[in-house]
Design a protein. Structure first.
Length: 328
């Protein structure tokens, strides 16, 4: 079912822009982290979807779901638009959206375009505190598929496969990353995070990033040179609320990569993500090209220089107040 004529305030016939123009509300959280908010948002979406598909006629389902999405999008600082929406009920409830756009309210150049998005509620999760939905999205020149869910307490369940997602395909990534980057990500994310008892949290993150690149840019007052890293591998495990960095390798050969490094260590999750603690060691090398382009580097990193020409740092403390000291 495609959009037809709708009541005022709903979507239109063809291109439908359901974005709101009001400014996003100020962040007034007192102890609730972004991770918990994400879990609560996922729970709200899943619960609302479960309710409307079971109780209302198809046309009203469409209107209410889209209205709910635009409210949530605005609360997170985005304008939402979709060219075409289809609600399916024949083989189980599902929502398909085509040519979706999420535009940042703070910066209109930051737009996430999703060519195709399908959401299907997992009916068996109705009896669980964590409500789940299946998701398939064609975005950022790749595809994201799997299951996501959340609870009213902020617990999260994530089981996603990532296929050739390009970090540089949208300016919107600047909203979430400290530096501008590009690169193709493949892998999987499996998380079962219990916000009430983190000792029950389990999960695994396995990612590979090909051709990771950072263009020349200014960060915290420093003009950074371009950095190219041919291949990166990330393998993190969570068991009993304990985080283990099994593998965190950047680059392979300093002759061809601008940075080659390894991070090892472990951590302990907290229900408030920024209070989670970590103890890790980073050892890395920089290419001569980077050193030449960034003359201040020797002064900034000299205390961490090792006898073999590499740099070493120890990290410890909570994520919100991480302490870095030279040495291994």
């Amino acid at each position: 079912m495609d959009f037809g004529n709708m009541d005022p305030g709903s979507l239109g016939d063809e291109k439908t822009d359901v974005g709101l123009t009001a400014a996003p509300p100020a962040d007034t959280d007192t102890g609730i982290t972004k991770l918990q908010r994400t879990g609560i948002i996922l729970f709200a979406i899943a619960s609302f979807f479960f309710f409307v598909v079971m109780k209302l006629p198809e046309a009203r389902i469409q209107n209410l779901i889209i209205a709910h999405i635009r409210i949530i999008a605005q609360e997170q600082g985005f304008l939402f638009s979709a060219e075409k929406v289809h609600v399916g009920l024949l083989f189980g409830p599902s929502l398909k959206m085509y040519n979706v756009e999420l535009k940042s309210l703070e910066n209109e150049s930051q737009v996430l375009k999703i060519a195709y998005l399908k959401v299907r509620p997992r009916l068996l999760s109705l009896v669980s505190s964590v409500k789940k939905v299946g998701v398939t999205a064609e975005m950022l020149d790749g595809e994201l598929s799997g299951t996501v869910g959340g609870s009213t307490t902020g617990s999260m369940a994530v089981d996603l496969s990532i296929d050739a997602i390009d970090l540089g395909a949208s300016q919107i990534m600047k909203r979430f990353l400290p530096v501008e980057v590009s690169g193709k990500i493949n892998g999987s994310i499996r998380l079962d995070l219990d916000s009430e008892n983190t000792a029950k949290s389990e999960g695994a993150i396995k990612l590979s990033i090909d051709k990771l690149a950072m263009p020349p840019q200014a960060v915290s007052g420093f003009n950074l040179p371009k950095i190219n890293i041919s291949e990166s591998k990330i393998n993190l495990g969570i068991s009993g609320g304990q985080l283990t960095i099994t593998q965190f390798d950047l680059g392979k050969d300093i002759k061809t990569d601008d940075l080659v490094g390894k991070l090892t260590g472990s951590g302990v999750l907290n229900r408030y993500l920024d209070r989670s603690t970590i103890k890790a060691t980073a050892i890395f090398s920089l290419s001569q090209g980077v050193k030449t382009s960034f003359p201040l580097l020797n002064a900034l990193l000299s205390s961490a220089l090792t006898s073999d020409g590499k740099y070493a740092y120890k990290f410890s403390g909570s994520l919100s107040a991480l302490d870095a000291q030279p040495g291994q």
